[in-house]
Ligand binder design. Structure first.
Ligand SMILES: Cc1ncc(COP(=O)(O)O)c(C=O)c1O
Length: 355
């Protein structure tokens, strides 16, 4: 079976994790701090705050931006549900924003159109590692705080700088399907000293200088996770180069057959997920099953979040997100994949669609 995704774990990762286990220092310590400094330098941000998942990073971002009941937060309608769920969990209303049919991210006009009197913040997603139109969105939203959901986008670049540099707070994920993995893990990035201090306090039971100043939970990253992350960072360039090569191979062989995600001018994707949108009239689930019979694991591309059970009762209509969610598949792409395997996937998909 050619798997959809597979983390690249080598001897360096095994050694690094074993050393932590022997040290006896298992939770947030020196390695977490080193990992934070390394990622902050990579993305060009003043502060990085490591946490236990990408979802936890989004929760902290909303908390320090004081999103509360009565507020609305703009959120693209096509994604993994986390960014919308955390808004709901903060007691605020999700104002869904439809995505662009080519780039599969929400554009500036859509954000502008969805904004209302109670809008407190906007979540901007670099979906599947494809950079959002950062400069245009920043211009369109003016002083409204942006939370950049860059969960998928480490190593991607906007026309003007690295993904992760857009948000008042930007959030990363290190889940095994992401560019680097720490098992579970996430990170908040910001240039704001005050927000950074608050996020550090909130991830650790609300402690500040030995005092418990607010009631807060535990969002810490383990030293085991940080050791993995530091080892993975050593191969980031190789991971990105290989993903881009495989994506180019897919683009060449599938571009005529299916819809593909396009990248804004001057930007560069990391191809965290390679999505294909099937032509009208094709039964997506049947295509997925036929690929499985040929030894290829394909996944659902993503979700129209307003249509999920967790948003029952939503009257939002987001036709492009609904179309992409209904017709999209994610096909295998991971750095250790051989060209021959990618060719096999492309040939199998062509065969199923033409057969
Ligand atoms: C766009 C997006 N945001 C947030 C998350 C949540 O990250 P995590 O799984 O680390 O909580 C994901 C995970 O798939 C994601 O794709």
């Amino acid at each position: 079976m050619i798997r959809l995704a597979k983390p690249w774990i080598g001897e360096d990762e095994r050694r690094a994790v074993a050393a932590v286990l022997e040290s006896g220092q298992l939770v947030q310590g020196e390695l977490v701090e080193r990992f934070e400094l390394a990622v902050a330098a990579l993305v060009g941000r003043r502060h990085a705050i490591a946490v236990s998942s990408g979802t936890a990073a989004l929760q902290l971002a909303l908390k320090v931006l004081q999103v509360a009941p009565g507020d609305e937060v703009l959120c693209p309608a096509l994604s993994w549900p986390s960014p919308a769920h955390v808004v709901r969990m903060a007691g605020a209303k999700v104002q869904f924003v439809d995505v662009d049919a080519d780039e599969w991210n929400s554009h500036e006009e859509a954000f502008r159109g969805a904004r209302g009197a109670n809008t407190k913040a906007a979540i901007v997603i670099d979906q599947f590692g494809n950079p959002a139109r950062a400069a245009e969105i920043r211009d369109a939203l003016g002083a409204l705080p942006i939370i950049e959901d860059a969960a998928c986008a480490l190593g991607s670049r906007f026309a003007g700088g690295p993904c992760g540099s857009l948000g008042k707070v930007s959030c990363l994920s290190f889940h095994p399907r992401k560019i680097l993995t720490t098992g579970e893990g996430g990170m908040c990035l910001t240039d704001d000293d005050d927000l950074a201090d608050k996020m550090r306090m909130l991830r650790n039971h609300g402690q500040l200088g030995g005092e418990f100043v607010v009631a807060a939970g535990n969002f810490r990253m383990t030293e085991i996770a940080a050791a993995l992350g530091l080892a993975q960072l050593q191969r980031l360039d190789e991971i990105l180069a290989r993903r881009r090569e495989l994506a180019a191979l897919y683009r060449d062989s599938l571009g005529e057959l299916v819809g593909l995600q396009s990248t804004p001018p001057g930007a560069e994707s990391n191809y965290q997920t390679f999505g294909v949108v099937l032509p009208q009239g094709r039964d997506r689930d049947a295509v997925r099953e036929k690929l499985r019979e040929r030894g290829i694991e394909a996944g659902l591309l993503s979700f129209a979040i307003h249509r999920l059970g967790s948003f029952t009762g939503s009257d939002a209509s987001m036709p492009i997100a609904e179309h992409l969610a209904a017709r999209g598949l994610a096909i295998p792409l991971y750095p250790q994949m051989r060209n021959g395997e990618a060719e096999e996937v492309a040939a199998a998909l062509s065969g199923v669609l033409n057969g």
